[in-house]
Design a protein around this ligand. Structure first.
Ligand code: KIV
Length: 307
């Protein structure tokens, strides 16, 4: 049997062989070496390029796009086709980071076979390198792993369970709930999950889960002891038009930056200050002269006709 010989090293980016592609085993190695994993959401080509070029390890096409991009009240409405559309755009932009697609609500909540079929679409039709699913769906994680689809689990505050939880509340706050989430985390790891997202749980619980698992944990509102951190792009840039959550540190105010620029542009248009002559295209001077000469020749006849 021969090994397929891809250009560059075995884990080089298929789009750019000079770049070492982040893979699920590479993330596991980062945990072993105690190297923190950086992750961010992205939903389109431009932001995904910025995120990837900044050296972020994992790009999640999160179903949070239902809220921050599409303006829904929660994540439940976004469809598989809509998620595929955004995943394709992100995939075209990313060279190095691991591209993970979030499976939307309803796409894996029926049969295991149905969940696998939808996950295959994310890999085949959009180029996702892993899928993320919420909740302790051990049988599905096992089936996806057997189908060669890397899975990211997601426990704690799982936004697709908003109706069952009765709102977005910090989870794992009783002894029973702590024991349950720890057991769920172990079960997902045992079923083959490659990474586990922990959202909205006490720091102490996330620390214990992180210490007990060999797979990396990535936290959001789960304290600093996880193996990595993830934020929603629009939250960190103040573009989400929502009250700031306790954990969502703002790294820039792109909302204010964009608003000022847009207002400035509107004023320039209203005052005819945009575009300037330098921002306009011009005829070649020879043609300009020719047209001028033609106008001059025609002018006396026009005057005659008027008289
Ligand atoms: O959809 C999303 O953005 C997520 C992250 C918050 C982990 O699931």
């Amino acid at each position: 049997m021969s090994l397929t010989n891809f250009p560059g090293s075995a884990n080089s980016s298929p789009l750019d062989p000079s770049i070492t592609k982040v893979t699920i085993p590479a993330l596991a190695e980062m945990k072993r070496q105690g190297k923190p994993i950086s992750a961010l959401t992205a939903y389109d080509y431009a932001t995904a390029r910025l995120v990837d070029e900044a050296g972020i390890d994992l790009v999640l096409v999160g179903d949070s796009l239902a809220m921050v991009v599409m303006g829904h009240d929660n994540t439940l409405a976004v469809t598989v086709d809509e998620m595929l559309h955004h995943t394709r755009a992100v995939r075209r932009a990313v060279r190095r980071a691991l591209v993970v697609a979030d499976m939307p609500f309803g796409s894996y909540h029926g049969t295991v076979g149905g969940g696998v079929a939808n996950a295959v679409r994310f890999v085949k039709e959009a180029g996702a390198e892993a899928v993320k699913i919420e909740g302790p769906r051990v049988a599905l994680v096992q089936a996806l792993t057997e189908a060669e689809i890397p899975v990211i689990g997601h426990l704690g505050l799982t936004p697709q369970s908003v109706n069952r939880m009765g709102g977005y509340r910090v989870q794992a706050k009783t002894l029973e709930a702590v024991q349950q989430i720890k057991a769920d985390a172990k079960a997902l790891e045992g079923a083959g999950a490659g990474v586990l997202v922990l959202e909205g749980i006490p720091r102490e619980v996330a620390a214990e889960i992180t210490a007990e698992l060999t797979i990396p944990t990535i936290g959001i509102g789960a304290g600093p002891d996880c193996d990595g951190q993830i934020l929603v792009f629009h939250d960190m840039m103040n573009l989400s038009f929502a009250p700031k959550a306790k954990f969502a540190r703002r790294y820039a105010d792109a909302g204010a930056l964009f608003r000022t620029a847009i207002e400035h542009y509107r004023e320039d248009v209203e005052h005819k200050a945009f575009p300037s002559d330098e921002e306009s295209y011009h005829l070649p001077s020879a043609l300009k002269k020719e047209m001028q000469a033609e106008r001059t020749a025609v002018e006396p006849f026009k005057q005659l006709r008027k008289a």
